[in-house]
Design a protein around this ligand. Structure first.
Ligand code: GDP
Length: 198
């Protein structure tokens, strides 16, 4: 699949602000600063579709982008930023939960984790949340230009074990700098949309 068209549609906090059509959705979620904005920009061949955050933890909204005029990328707010207050964290939880509870058109959640580190407590909670609500997921291990080829097998093992992933779930290494993983992610998205948007 190639992304030929992408456009920001709306930002939402509550349910009544979501787009009202029922086009399929692919959501992206991860710890603040994991590289989510860079990845969405890279997938869509846009430099500034999503604003790369100067201040991590600032974005508290669910952002919808229309892709190829036929489905949505949904950019969920980043979590785990240390300087965010408890109240703000609770708001984040509510925002995400509202979305996850009400999205029959959501086909898959791409969970981004940093390939250099063991997934955090927040990553584990997010992963379990995805499973709890019964969504499909693919794990994307970001910034893989920062690890050596020889460290990749260990990184996969750590991610799999820490999250408690099942064998059939994929991990895709990604680097926006070295352009690694883009085809694989786009293929994976295409597969989960099942040709419905082509
Ligand atoms: P977000 O907060 O998850 O949206 O993360 P951003 O996309 O804003 O990226 C956070 C920081 O990581 C920025 O300084 C990016 O330049 C950097 N970054 C993003 N992707 C990569 C990557 O693939 N490799 C490296 N080395 N740095 C990256």
């Amino acid at each position: 699949m190639e992304i030929k068209q992408s456009e920001f549609v709306t930002s939402a906090v509550s349910l009544n602000q979501y787009p009202i059509d029922s086009m399929l959705e692919i959501a992206f979620v991860g710890r603040s600063n994991v590289g989510k904005s860079s990845l969405i920009n890279n997938l869509t061949n846009r430099r500034k579709l999503v604003k790369v955050s100067g201040t991590p933890g600032k974005t508290r909204l669910v952002n919808f982008f229309i892709i190829n005029n036929s489905f949505y990328f949904v950019d969920l707010p980043g979590y785990g930023y240390a300087k965010v207050s408890k109240v703000e964290q609770a708001t984040w939880g509510k925002t995400i939960e509202t979305y996850l509870l009400n999205r029959p058109q959501l086909k898959k959640i791409m969970l981004l984790v940093d390939s250099r580190h063991k997934p955090t407590e927040d990553d584990i909670i997010m992963y379990n949340w995805i499973k709890h609500y019964g969504y499909e997921s693919t794990i994307i291990a970001t910034k893989c230009d920062k690890i050596k080829k020889s460290e990749m097998a260990k990184s996969i093992k750590t991610i799999r074990e820490t999250l408690g992933m099942s064998a059939e779930e994929k991990i895709i290494f990604y680097s926006t700098l070295k352009k690694i993983g883009k085809e694989q992610v786009l293929d994976d998205i295409e597969l989960s949309l099942n040709g419905e948007m082509l």
